[in-house]
Design a protein around this ligand. Structure first.
Ligand code: 6PG
Length: 474
């Protein structure tokens, strides 16, 4: 029988969709799942693609079905299952075979696996895949980390299955070992901030302006035709317009306000802190999910303090215009932070991450795809965003136009009692970033007062101490 070009382990929703996508693009694929019944079901549902799928019922069978050197994608739960799968594969693979982890792995695990496998002659690729089920089936955004040589060997199939933006594939090699999974992690961190800011604007529309879900859906749908055009705004409009079949009520009104999270947002924040790069909008978004999860405490606090949001008055069209621009400005700040974290990590881990390429492969297929990413790709390509996206000339103009709205929205929301943690963090980041003379001169004085830590002077080189006298340290 003709050998398969590639293998895939783990026929959950993402794995199955990825396998069908690969088969559809004309590649013969061998598949394996721990539970044989799932493999059978997959083959049964493969329809016209059935001929390109080779079902396997053991790892030995899988290895024998693929033409060496074998590329094998594993799409299992992140963490221990990945290590177990790799350990099991070691027994059946040979030198130069490539193990590709397509799950949402922590990039530090990917780095470890990369070096562990390298010593055994096998090659490891950590591959970030974004786009959810639909993306996996019809074209995800693919972020690859590993050796360039291993990328070259799988480039054809990965670019074939990836999303395309105006014909350009949204798949790229981004650097060695953990680069792909790191970039996917930051993608998700930005996704958290994007989603949180949208939810904050929804909160203002719902509670501050007293609008119903259908009316809010209209607003988002309208925004989706303009500068905010993006997948997340598009699905927000759809979600808000949908009714619950059971009660007939808007579905968003019957969903419990407790957000889940699987870890990538938290990892983004941890790594940002480790690198010393502020990612305040992403931090706020992660914290907001945590706060959302303590529903009982929030209900008790509402009893103690009152939790109502006051109505926001004013010209409705002007308010809506401000909300649109505020979301736009907040989004720019969040992306600036995400890209800054990637730039810090790139230096720290010697990845040489190609920022224009990252912006490009996020333009289609992934969850954060948006019109704005095309402008970012141009800004990074032109070199103007090397220090920070906020310094790229195109973004200076965009922020000049949008930040007054962000300011007004954050101020009205604070006044009304409508929480806007990510938007206000984004604003504070922007204001701190553009303040040539900040306030940490006072922090330095305090540190010197109680700890004799010393400070620099504006008019001289070296370390100095203040005239604190008795009672001060030192
Ligand atoms: C994507 C998504 C995907 C997944 C996240 C959601 O890019 O396709 O980000 O990876 O939906 O795991 O993460 P949380 O469960 O943490 O929200």
């Amino acid at each position: 029988m003709e050998k398969a070009e590639i293998g895939l382990i783990g026929l959950g929703t993402m794995g199955s969709n990825l396998a069908l996508n690969i088969a559809e693009k004309g590649h013969r694929i061998a598949v394996f799942n721990r539970t044989a019944a799932r493999t059978d079901a997959f083959v049964e549902n493969a329809g016209a693609l059935r001929d390109r799928v080779v079902p396997c019922y053991s790892l030995e069978e899988l290895a024998a079905a693929i033409r060496p050197p074998r590329p094998i994608i594993i799409m299992v739960l992140a963490g221990k299952p990945v290590d177990e799968q790799i350990a099991a594969l070691r027994g059946v693979l040979s030198a130069n075979d490539i193990v590709i982890d397509a799950g949402n792995a922590n990039f530090r695990d990917t780095m470890r696996r990369f070096s562990e496998l390298a010593s055994s002659g096998l090659t490891f690729i950590g591959m970030g895949v974004s786009g959810g089920e639909e993306g996996a089936r019809h074209g995800p955004s693919i972020m690859v980390g590993g050796t360039e040589e291993s990328w070259k060997r799988v480039e054809k199939v990965l670019t074939a299955i990836s999303a395309k933006f105006k014909g350009e594939p949204c798949a790229a090699w981004l650097g060695t070992d953990g680069a792909g999974h790191f970039v996917k992690t930051i993608h998700n961190g930005i996704e958290y901030a994007d989603m949180q800011m949208i939810a904050e604007i929804y909160g203002i529309l719902r509670d501050g302006l007293g609008m119903g879900p259908k009316e809010i859906a209209e607003v988002f749908s309208q925004w989706n035709t303009g500068r905010l055009n993006s997948y997340l705004i598009e699905i927000t409009a759809k979600v808000l317009a949908a009714d619950d079949p059971k009660t007939g009520k808007p579905v968003v009104d019957i969903i419990l306000d407790r957000a889940g999270q699987k870890g990538t947002g938290k990892w983004s924040v941890i790594e940002a802190q480790q690198l010393g790069i502020p990612a305040t909008a992403i931090e706020a978004a992660v914290a907001a999910r945590v706060l959302s999860s303590i529903k009982d405490e929030r209900l008790a606090a509402e009893k103690a303090y009152g939790g109502g949001v006051s109505k926001i008055s004013g010209d409705r069209d002007a308010l809506l215009g401000d909300l649109e621009l505020a979301l736009f400005a907040g989004k720019i700040a969040a992306y600036a932070q995400g890209f800054a974290v990637m730039s810090g990590a790139s230096k720290e881990f010697n990845w040489n991450l190609p920022m224009p390429v990252i912006a490009k492969i996020w333009r289609a297929g992934c969850i954060i795809r948006s019109q704005l990413l095309d402008t970012m790709a141009e800004a990074f390509g032109a070199g103007g965003a090397a220090t920070n996206l906020l310094m790229a000339p195109a973004f200076v103009s965009l922020m000049q136009e949008a930040h007054p709205s962000l300011r007004r929205v954050v101020a009205s929301a604070a006044e009304a009692g409508s929480p806007v943690p990510a938007l206000s963090s984004a604003l504070a980041y922007f204001d701190s970033y553009r303040q040539g003379r900040g306030t940490s001169n006072l922090i330095q004085a305090q540190r010197d007062f109680f700890g004799a830590h010393g400070f620099e002077r504006i008019d001289g080189q070296g370390a100095f101490h203040g005239p604190w006298g008795s009672g001060a340290a030192g």
